[in-house]
Write a protein that binds this ligand. Structure first.
Ligand SMILES: *Cc1c(COP(=O)(O)O)cnc(C)c1O
Length: 390
């Protein structure tokens, strides 16, 4: 039975059962595969026949994870990587060459910023940053050698949003690749390809695992684009391990119910914090006070699990709040079942200059709250006692 429904696809997409008729998919821990004869080996290497050759290229556990993600995200094909950064690096590596130019949203994950400023710049790729809240600026930054538009929405940790349909039209008009880091939204909340993106990237380490266990990433797009990704990845070797792929495929079975609860809890926290006198600013996509609320409502199913706040009192205020938390973990990760508090200015975004941080809305008092799946009363009680500590 073929289903159109997210939950059913996430649970019922499975690789073919083995001789043992297992109910749950096994892990295929194998680096390589046997060929029936010399002719089969030749045909597989010549791409005349489909089948597994070597786990750097493909593995049944990885293929199951990719197939699910393609169906959930509306992509024709995908390639799974060891980490989210490997997915971003591989995408840049596959499509950019010396002399090309990228326009990127200014507010990007700290390591993506490092790739642009310190790695691809060495290889002659230039970039310009544009602001998510100023869509009118983007077209003016396009140059004859602009090859790619890269964007994170919602952004980490600023929780800014841009209209993906608008960027999809822009990329189409100027014949560029629109690449979206869809990590914060997951395919359950936002499907960039349907909105005009060519490629959607995830750090599967975040909500797709959602339980803080493994690292992983994935690149999704059309068959033709993923073939180009594959040609680069086959030889550079960023592949996801079969064990992690198995975990991630299992995790997808519960993504919908987990995201529903993350979003429900996060909205309640955002509404609570918005009224608190020690909080200067709350950024959450589904709060009507969010500057891009209407766009968020249009392109996202719910607001996600991350709330970014600015605490009164700068770095000291943020530190006091974080140290006062008794249940929240202080960690650099996010998207776990456990609620997490992070101080971006001194951790994930410490490599940015103060000026760069100000532009992307990271203040000394900014704290990123990744709202977990604990009981909402405990989450709010912990925040309340930490903010009210004299
Ligand atoms: C965490 C993260 C990444 C990097 O993913 P890793 O799996 O840690 O390599 C990329 N983009 C965003 C938005 C992230 O939050």
């Amino acid at each position: 039975m073929k289903s159109e429904n997210f939950e059913t696809i996430a649970i019922r997409t499975q690789v073919e059962r083995s001789l043992h008729k297992e109910h749950s998919s096994p892990i295929y821990l194998t680096s390589s595969y046997k060929f029936d004869d010399a002719e089969e080996m030749r045909a597989l290497f010549a791409n005349e026949k489909e089948g597994n050759v070597y786990s750097r290229y493909a593995n049944p556990s990885t293929s199951e994870f990719i197939e699910k993600m393609c169906l959930l995200e509306g992509a024709e094909d995908g390639f799974a990587t060891a980490t989210g950064m490997a997915a971003i690096f591989t995408t840049f590596g596959a499509f950019l060459k010396n002399g090309d130019h990228i326009i990127s949203s200014r507010s990007v994950f700290g390591s993506t910023h490092q790739l642009l400023t310190n790695v691809f710049s060495k290889w002659g790729v230039t970039f310009d940053y544009a602001d998510l809240d100023k869509p009118e600026d983007w077209e003016g930054l396009i140059k004859p050698n602009t090859k790619m538009i890269f964007v994170e929405t919602p952004s980490n940790p600023g929780i800014d949003i841009i209209d993906l349909e608008f960027l999809g039209d822009l990329a189409k008009k100027h014949n560029q690749l629109l690449v979206v880091d869809n990590c914060f939204a997951t395919p359950y909340l936002q499907q960039p390809i349907a909105l005009g993106a060519h490629i959607s990237i995830h750090s599967a380490t975040k909500y797709i695992d959602g339980q803080g266990r493994v690292l992983g990433g994935i690149i999704l797009g059309s068959k033709a684009l993923i073939t180009e990704v594959m040609n680069f990845a086959r030889h550079s070797g960023p592949s996801l391990s079969p064990f992690n792929a198995w975990i991630l495929s299992k995790s997808l079975e519960t993504l919908a119910v987990r995201m529903d609860r993350h979003c429900e809890n996060a909205l309640k926290v955002a509404e609570y914090l918005e009224k608190h006198p020690k909080i200067k600013l709350v950024k959450y996509p589904f709060l009507p006070s969010h500057p891009q609320y209407e766009i968020a409502k249009k392109q996202m199913k719910q607001g996600g699990g991350v709330v970014t706040v600015v605490v009164e009192g700068g770095v000291a205020g943020a530190g006091k709040f974080m140290d006062g938390l008794k249940m929240f973990s202080i960690s650099a990760n996010l998207a776990d079942t456990r609620s997490i508090a992070t101080h971006p200015a001194t951790s994930t975004h410490s490599k940015l200059t103060e000026e760069e941080r100000n532009i992307v809305g990271i203040e000394q008092g900014s704290v990123r709250l990744s709202i977990g799946l604990e009981h909402i009363n405990d989450i709010i009680a912990d925040i309340e006692q930490a903010l009210n500590t004299p």
